[in-house]
Design a protein around this ligand. Structure first.
Ligand code: FES
Length: 248
């Protein structure tokens, strides 16, 4: 019986830092772009969530079995097989390694590297630093601050972050404030409706995560930027929206 610690490849008495380090390492290996598979990627993520939410490790396999019964089409062996056969098919067709990421994604949605703006403030980094995400990767940051997530179909960036259990800032959830703003450092995010953002902000890569969806396979975003000049004035008190939602 595999425990979530086994999935991350660490001992059951590993401390919090070791868990985070192992997760970062495993989630990259398991990614479909790195010879992993969607199923493996998601299993690693669930193992990490199981540990960090304090659930009994001995219940992990049972919850995996229940999940597998609910989603039979996402069985591990099928997923691994399809990733393998995609690679074999590419090899047969003479496609380069460079095309692997796009094709091997299968049902995997856009992959987002995220970074908390507070980290930039702490380290004195700038949004314009070309090696910003390389520095973040080397900095041994907490997964709340830096990591990787996958956006599913019809999901906004904010919804994806919340599905992973993160608490990114927001208020209106409808494009009327700047509380949920992110800076897109690489890739592109589309917003379906007109927003409160100025053209200049949009040109600088600012997007609203509550209504923004990735239109590129890979994305790098800095979240929690709502305190930046220009955006601070567009912020709204989150409480008024929470009250309105509670009254609905
Ligand atoms: S939460 Fe107000 S625009 Fe996104």
């Amino acid at each position: 019986m595999e425990s979530p610690y086994d999935v991350l490849g660490i001992d059951a008495d590993a401390d919090e830092d070791a868990v985070v380090r192992a997760y970062r390492h495993r989630v990259k290996d398991a990614h479909p772009d790195h010879d992993g598979s969607l199923e493996e990627f998601e299993r690693v993520r669930r193992a990490y969530e199981h540990i960090t939410s304090g659930r009994d490790p001995s219940t992990f396999e049972a919850s995996e079995r229940r999940r597998s019964r609910r989603s039979p089409t996402r069985g591990g062996s099928d997923s691994s097989r399809s990733a393998r056969s995609a690679r074999e098919s590419r090899a047969r067709n003479g496609q380069s390694e460079g095309t692997e990421g796009t094709e091997n994604r299968g049902s995997l949605g856009p992959t987002v590297q995220y970074l908390d703006y507070e980290v930039l403030e702490t380290h004195g980094w700038q949004l314009t630093d070309e090696d910003l995400f390389e520095k973040a990767e080397a900095a041994d940051l907490d997964v709340d601050s830096y990591g990787l997530l996958v956006v599913e179909e019809r999901e906004s960036l904010l919804e994806a972050a919340e599905r992973y259990g993160f608490s990114w800032p927001y208020a209106c959830r409808g494009g009327a404030c700047a509380n949920c703003a992110v800076a897109v450092v690489d890739g592109e995010v589309e917003m379906p409706v007109s927003t409160i953002l100025t053209d200049e902000m949009k040109e600088q890569g600012v997007r609203l995560s509550c209504i923004g969806t990735p239109v590129t396979d890979d994305l790098k975003v800095v979240f929690n930027i709502e305190k930046l000049p220009g955006l601070a004035e567009l912020r709204l008190p989150a409480e008024q929206f929470e009250r309105a939602r509670a009254d609905d």
